[in-house]
Each structure stands twice: as structure tokens, then as C-alpha cells.
Ligand binder design. Structure first.
Ligand code: PBG
Length: 340
């Protein structure tokens, strides 16, 4: 290219004009690479005690904690929209939280009752059970604490017991979200030993110590209890290679699916995992990401529906097989062509 450019002199394009395929809706549709369907969306639900109870979460406008009967109704709606699975999180009543998190393996705990009620009423939706101690511990940490240290192997013993009661109650997928070393293998062995060889494991493999979990901690009631931070077990957000080691180890230990978390600020990690491993990869668009979209839309920064859909497509484009998102039901309705 040389000389003075004039608008008639575009030879350097060699005839290529990328805008040609963008000029009409039909040709944009024709060349569109990424597909998003309701089957890509996993819906996290927060469960509380009571009947016909719902409670708002201040930092997550539009999301409510639901009593089990209402969670069953939500599950029916999700199934009818083609959402394949729910991820359940209990807000354990304060008097049942303890230093050692014993409620985690009470077969009659809120989580187990929610799992069996939903499994019975909506047998065709998959149920993902979170396994971690923060929903049961008095201090909001995901592990047992002794002298300020988060114990690894002792925590795994409790998690294994928790996973077993969840599998018995009807969990299809056990999802350890704690980041202790060796928990996937321990849970796999215990499940198999009890005949739960069909129960799958979705590991929170690359889970970063993130400020974006703030609203979730309000939702499950662990935030106000949390002492310290989670940086001795959740990953440092400055690291990337370490995520691949975490994923490789979880696959070795028997994970059926892996997860990257948080989501949108970590799409580079999703892409690396997708390129390096042949295993289903999920991302969790976490509570803080949800809050950012909702509060920015409320402030008039952008159209909330458009922001929601753009984010979900970004996950698919980055290589996710699916996304855990609080927008799942609404997004599924949009994808199914319903007015919302
Ligand atoms: C608990 C757990 C957390 C989330 C899922 N499981 C919070 C944490 O690790 O502190 C976060 C999900 C979200 O922010 O939406 N082990």
C-alpha cells in the first residue's frame, strides 16, 4: 500500500470485505458460529425452610430464596423450558450451623429434603448438589478450622459423608465447591463403595478466591459469619497454569465434568481448559456477575435483557458446554421465543 488513500482506492482489501456477511439478519444468522439453547443453562436455586416462603436477596435483585414447595414449582417451570439441571444451595438455619458442620451429613437436612422432593415431583430434571462446609459451618469457611488453619483431609471426611447423604436423597451430580486437595477421588470412591456408581461428579476445579461471590454469601447466610478469606484453598486470580493442573488432577481422580468459576472475568481459563482437555467444561456466572448486570441495568447503563444474552453467548463462544446462571429461566424463555 502506498500513496494517498482515496475512497475509490481500496485494492489493499484484495476484494475482502468482512462486512458483507453482516449486512442482513439472514446472512448474520447463516454464518453465526455459536449456538445457545436452554440445554446450555443450569439454574442455581437457594432453598430455605418453611412452606410457601420466599425471601429476597438484597444484592441479587430478582433472585429469591425459596422454600422446598416453591423450589418444586420452580423446578417444574425450568423443566418445561428445557433447562437440563438445577444446582441447589441451602440456607441452613443458624441454630444448625456448627463448628464442625455436622448438619452437612444429616440425611434429613434441608438440602436432602429439597433433593428428594424435587426428584420425586420432577424426575426428569438433573439435580446438582453443592458439597462444601460453608453452608453448614459456624464460621463460613468451606473447611474445618483449627487454630486458624483450614484442614484439608479432615474436611474431606466430612464432605464424603455429605456427598453420600445427598446421593441417597436423589442428587444426580455431586459438585464439590470447596477446593480441598483430593476431594474428587475420595467422593468417587465413597460413592462407588455405596453403589452410587451412576452418580456423577461435576468438580469446581478451577475456583478462584473471588470477591464476586459476595451476593451468594448473603443468599446462603455465610457472608456475615465468614472470618478471614479463602485464599489458602481457592486459587489466586493472578494464576492460569495452575488451573490446568487442578483440572488434570480432578480428571485423574474421576471427575465427569469440570467447572471454572467465576465466569466472565475468567473466560481465558475456560478457553485453555477447553483446548487442553476432552471433558465437558462448565462455567459459573457467579452472583457478583449477576449483580453487576442487574444493578448496571437499573442505573440505566444498558438494556438488561441484551446484556444478559450477550454474556451467555460469550460463555458458549469461549468453549463452555454449559453455564450456571441465575438468569437461566428468563434466558430459556427468551430462547424459546416467549415474551418475558
Ligand atoms: C461455596 C460456594 C460459593 C459459591 C458457590 N459455592 C461461595 C464461596 O466459595 O465463597 C459462589 C457462587 C456465586 O457467587 O454465585 N462453597
Amino acid at each position: 500500500m502506498s500513496g494517498t488513500w482515496t475512497k475509490h482506492d481500496m485494492d489493499f482489501l484484495g476484494g475482502h470485505r468482512q462486512r458483507r456477511t453482516r449486512q442482513a439478519a439472514w446472512s448474520r444468522a447463516m454464518v453465526r458460529q455459536t449456538v445457545l439453547t436452554p440445554a446450555d443453562l443450569i439454574w442455581p436455586l437457594f432453598v430455605i425452610e418453611g412452606q410457601n416462603e420466599r425471601s429476597a436477596i438484597n444484592t441479587m435483585p430478582g433472585v429469591e430464596r425459596l422454600s422446598i414447595d416453591l423450589a418444586v414449582e420452580a423446578a417444574k417451570q425450568a423443566a418445561s423450558e428445557g433447562i437440563p439441571a438445577l444446582a441447589l444451595f441451602p440456607n441452613t438455619p443458624g441454630h444448625l450451623r456448627s463448628e464442625n458442620g455436622e448438619e452437612a451429613y444429616n440425611p434429613d437436612n434441608l438440602m436432602c429434603r429439597a433433593l428428594s422432593a424435587i426428584k420425586q415431583a420432577v424426575p426428569d430434571i438433573g439435580l446438582i448438589a453443592d458439597v462444601a462446609l460453608d453452608e453448614y459451618s459456624a464460621n463460613g469457611q468451606d473447611g474445618l478450622v483449627r487454630n486458624g488453619e483450614i484442614l484439608n483431609d479432615e474436611t474431606i471426611e466430612v464432605m464424603v459423608k455429605s456427598a453420600i447423604v445427598q446421593a441417597r436423597a436423589g442428587a444426580d451430580i455431586i459438585a464439590p465447591s470447596d477446593m480441598m486437595d483430593g476431594r474428587v477421588g475420595a467422593i468417587r470412591m465413597a460413592l462407588d463403595a455405596e453403589g452410587h456408581d451412576k452418580t456423577a461428579i461435576m468438580s469446581y476445579s478451577a475456583k478462584y478466591a473471588s470477591v464476586y461471590y459476595g451476593p451468594f454469601r448473603e443468599a446462603v447466610g455465610s457472608g456475615e459469619r465468614l472470618q478471614g478469606d479463602k485464599r489458602t484453598y481457592q486459587m489466586d486470580y493472578a494464576n492460569s497454569d495452575e488451573a490446568l493442573r487442578e483440572v488434570a488432577q480432578d480428571i485423574d481422580e474421576g471427575a465427569d465434568m469440570v467447572m471454572v468459576k467465576p465466569g466472565m472475568p475468567y473466560l481465558d481459563i475456560v478457553r485453555r481448559v477447553r483446548d487442553d482437555f476432552n471433558i465437558p467444561v462448565f462455567a459459573y456466572q457467579v452472583s457478583g456477575e449477576y449483580a453487576m448486570i442487574e444493578f448496571a441495568a437499573k442505573a440505566g447503563a444498558f438494556d438488561r435483557t441484551a446484556a444478559m444474552m450477550e454474556a451467555l453467548y460469550a460463555f458458549k463462544r469461549a468453549g463452555c458446554d454449559g453455564v450456571l446462571t441465575y438468569h437461566a429461566l428468563e434466558a430459556a424463555r427468551i430462547l424459546n421465543g416467549e415474551r418475558v
